[in-house]
Design a protein around this ligand. Structure first.
Ligand code: SR1
Length: 384
């Protein structure tokens, strides 16, 4: 069957033919995708509920002028299945997938909320930070050379060859925000601030170093787009979704991204600053504890005493730097976030300036930030 984007009718016919919903019933289906790239259908028939996520051959956020590989859907379901082998409780069940039609069928998570949306409504997810820290500590270790050994790791790595999606990240996070690129989305009043950024040579050198780390380090399987819109949660449970940007990259990238988005949440809701920065602390501390614990089973010679301390120092500096890059790109690049975009104008401009200043400090000072407490102090130093 050749690729065709589904409609609300054809997707129901398809899952019925697969036997995933019963013959003869009346199914309800709606397209609920509000992300940048894909169609997402929710199908219900009686007690049966499921989600079909289908890739479009272009970036929905821009339109058909930006073609995009359908292979990302295959990468996404591979990554979900891989994460499920390590931490099944933190990912939705994959019920089916098709490489040509570029879809993944998932268990419906209607009882969960998208964390970014929940935060905008003032909601709280008490277990989220610990769960995300565990997810990172488990999956990053399990897919690394430290656990897998060289042959298995290289074999797996080949499956996650994802150049087009990596290229998006390389452009949108590390390149375009630092020049007058067409993809940027810069508010007129911010232009002077952004031009200062473009003239900051020391900053651009540090961003180039972080970019080369992103491109050349093949530490472990990353989610690749771990923001609060990629997490479903209830007060007790957490499910990580949407790993279509998955690839083997630097340990600190996902950790940095989620820390940046917890910080962006405080820009929207300053009353939750203490909670969100405690979450930042918990994500890092849980990640570190889980990773260290797993490291007691590391293959030789990485089990040598002291090695993991050195490694965690590098991961931490990378984490701080990647968090800085993410703050900057979400303030002035393509794909802004509701945390900033839904603020009233004066506040929005102030917070975007804060994101630029904080991002710059994190990138330039990442080697001087000695501990997670120092990082939280730096993050919470921004006036709001
Ligand atoms: C063209 S895609 C823009 C952004 O949406 C995704 O969620 C990633 O964050 C990507 O950078």
């Amino acid at each position: 069957m050749a690729y065709q984007p589904f409609t609300e009718q054809t997707v129901v016919d398809h899952v019925r033919a697969l036997g995933l919903i019963e013959e003869g019933g009346i199914a309800q289906c709606e397209e609920i995708g509000d992300g940048n790239l894909n169609l997402v259908f929710r199908i219900r028939q009686g007690e049966q509920r499921l989600i079909v996520k289908q890739a479009l051959p272009y970036a929905k956020v821009v339109g058909e002028s930006w073609p995009l590989t359908l292979e990302r859907a295959w990468i996404e379901q591979l990554a979900l299945r891989q994460f499920a082998e390590v931490v099944p409780r933190f990912v939705p069940n994959v019920l089916g997938s098709d490489r040509t039609l570029a879809y993944t069928i998932l268990e419906d998570l209607s009882d969960y909320e998208i964390v970014r949306t929940g935060y905008l409504e003032g909601k709280t997810y008490p277990e989220l930070a610990r769960h995300v820290g565990e997810f990172l500590g488990e999956t990053l270790f399990a897919t690394s050379d430290y656990a897998a050994g060289p042959i298995e790791k290289k074999r797996k790595e080949r499956e996650y060859y994802n150049p087009e999606l990596c290229d998006i990240t390389e452009k949108l996070i590390f390149t375009d925000p630092y020049k007058d690129a067409e993809s940027n989305n810069i508010e007129a009043a911010l232009r002077p601030d952004v031009e200062r950024l473009w003239h900051d040579k020391a900053l651009k050198v540090e961003v180039a170093k972080l970019k080369v780390g992103f491109v050349t380090k093949h530490d472990a399987l990353l989610h690749g787009d771990l923001h609060t819109g990629s997490i479903f949660a209830t007060t007790q449970e957490t499910k990580i979704i949407d790993p279509e940007f998955a690839f083997y990259g630097p340990f600190g990238f996902d950790v940095g991204q989620i820390i940046a988005h917890l910080t962006l949440a405080t820009f929207h809701d300053p009353l939750k600053r203490f909670e969100r920065f405690t979450d930042v602390l918990t994500v890092w501390e849980t990640f570190e504890k889980t990773f260290r614990h797993n490291f007691t089973n590391a293959v030789e010679p990485f089990d040598t005493e002291g090695y993991v301390d050195d490694l965690l120092q590098t991961i931490f500096a990378d984490t701080v730097g990647y968090a800085g890059c993410e703050l900057i790109r979400r303030a002035i690049g393509l794909a802004g976030v509701a945390d900033l975009e839904t603020l009233p104008e004066t506040t929005r401009l102030e917070r975007k300036r804060d994101a630029l200043a904080l991002g710059t400090a994190l990138i330039k000072e990442r080697h001087e930030v000695d501990s997670i407490d120092d990082l939280v102090t730096l993050l919470s130093g921004v006036r709001v």
